[in-house]
Design a protein around this ligand. Structure first.
Ligand code: GDP
Ligand code: IMO
Ligand code: MG
Length: 444
């Protein structure tokens, strides 16, 4: 029963999409188990760039099931746009399946998320404004609307009516505050979503999405069981990453789901013993989009170098990603949370040309205490100073390397230092965005 989970070990955008596409070669199904279209996964094949938000990163393999599991929150409009994009690119979606139990992102979720982010609410997380938090909140409140509800007009209408009623007051308050803010000059109209929410038009739109999505709606847990029980490999593809985890990340600057490996079971409907391997994806340096603590963040020419060479702009929102050195205190934490069996290190090519590569090996608290482990108290994390080990950089470009022996000795030393520090083998190194731009690393 080979189940393999792929997870991000930092703050997202580690290159999970590329590695999922690569490892999907010998799998029979690729299953998204959490998150929504806050995710943005880029895959480059034969010079062609594909960007996916909801569609699992295995979709370029025509013969594999691609599953949107029950733990995902689905914006049906975005999903249909992605399906249409694939159709235009002549990529089959015949094997796409969507869990009937997955929850839907509704227009009011996007409205509430956006309003919070425009500081109409109290705290700005720097969310992707895709309605993720409000959708998961409704799921927990048991007032969410599920994919299966799209197939029953009566139920759908009733549930939207109930949801709108319960949100009317919040939406009215937002409109008042919005008008007040606009009188003061900001935000402009194009920054704000339409706040006219109407039962009839939402129901009609969602019924029409339902008709178009119906062929894909299925009992996806059962599909996973069948594949696993037949001994075929199933990949559970995580979105976001450990430090954005709702329970274990840098709360409240996190997403509203659990991107760690343990959540694959809940979000797909399989058991822990179905999982045999957990691959953690780690970028050779660190990036973060949105607000929140980031101990190794840089604001100098080195972060510029990383941004430029790594094209560090978000796939979903186009925002510039914050950049900094690799943080091994945080990586050790992520490795343990996920109990990763292997790591894939991406974007090592971006660091070529830097004289020195720094890696954070411990933190020092504001009071001077040495912290070997990721602090469990958020206030401490906000005020730590990382302490670094300097490793020699490598001058030559490595984008053409395909074999371990082609890599410069300094690059191999960097890889070894990291795997020794966190106690997990780095099995694969990415040397470019292309499907074949990888180097497999042998053990020992
Ligand atoms: P994800 O959200 O974890 O799937 O990652 P994203 O797709 O948002 O961001 C990773 C970016 O890095 C994408 O543009 C990839 O094409 C690119 N990428 C992935 N692996 C490598 C690599 O090894 N080297 C370089 N230079 N780019 C890579
Ligand atoms: P992938 O799968 C990077 C961040 C947002 C924000 C916080 C909460 O491409 O790695 P949300 O919209 O989820 O409520 O925003 O989480 N975030 C991501 N950052 N990559 C992602 O996904 C992200 N998904 C959410 O920037 O800080
Ligand atoms: Mg991404």
């Amino acid at each position: 029963m080979p189940g393999l989970v792929i997870v991000g070990t930092q703050w997202g955008d580690e290159g999970k999409g590329k590695i999922t596409d690569l490892l999907a070669g010998d799998a029979s199904a690729i299953v998204r188990f959490q998150g929504g279209n806050n995710a943005g996964h880029t895959i480059v094949r034969h010079g062609e760039e594909y960007k996916f938000h909801l569609i699992p990163s295995g979709i370029l393999h025509a013969d594999k099931y691609c599953v949107i599991g029950n733990g995902v929150v689905v914006d049906p409009k975005v999903l249909l746009e992605e399906i249409e994009g694939l159709r235009k690119a002549d990529i089959s979606t015949a094997n796409l399946r969507i869990s009937s139990n997955a929850h839907l992102i509704m227009p009011y979720h996007i409205l509430l998320d956006t309003a919070d982010e425009l500081k109409l609410g109290k705290l700005s997380i720097g969310t992707t404004r895709r309605g993720i938090g409000p959708a998961y909140a409704d799921k927990a409140l048991r007032v969410g609307i599920r994919v299966q509800d799209l197939l029953d007009e009566k139920i759908l209408r009733k549930k939207i009516m109930a949801a709108l009623e319960s949100k009317q007051q919040a939406i009215r308050m937002l409109s008042v505050r919005r008008r007040k803010l606009q009188k003061e000059g900001e935000p402009s109209d194009d920054e704000l979503p339409d706040d006219r929410l109407d039962l009839h038009s939402i129901t009609e739109a969602y019924l029409s999405y339902g008709h178009r999505l119906e062929p894909y709606i299925a009992d996806t847990a059962k599909l996973c069981w069948a594949e696993l029980d037949a001994g075929r490999k199933v990949i559970f593809e995580g979105a976001q990453a450990a430090l954005l985890d709702l329970d274990h990340g840098t709360y409240p600057f996190v997403t509203s789901s659990n991107p760690i490996a343990g959540a694959a079971c809940v979000g797909a409907g399989v058991g822990p013993t179905d999982i045999d391997e957990v691959w953690g994806i780690v970028k050779a340096y660190t990036t973060r989009v949105g607000s929140g603590p980031f101990p190794t963040e840089l604001h100098d020419e080195i972060s510029e170098y990383m941004t430029e060479r790594g094209h560090e702009f978000g796939t979903t929102t186009g925002r510039r990603r914050r950049c900094g050195w690799l943080d091994l205190v945080a990586l050790k934490y992520a490795v343990r949370l996920n109990r990763t069996s292997a790591l894939a290190m991406t974007k090592l090519d971006v660091l070529a040309g830097l004289e020195t590569l720094k890696v954070a090996v411990r933190y020092r608290s504001r009071e001077g205490a040495v912290l070997e482990d990721f602090p469990y108290h958020q206030s401490i994390l906000h005020n730590v100073t990382p302490e670094y080990v300097d490793l020699p950089g490598f001058g030559d470009e490595i984008t053409g390397c395909r074999d371990q022996k082609d890599l410069p000795a300094e690059a191999l030393d960097y890889i070894r230092f990291i795997s020794d520090f966190v106690g997990v083998p780095i099995a694969l190194v990415g040397v470019g965005p292309g499907h074949d731009q990888n180097v497999w690393i042998s053990a020992g």
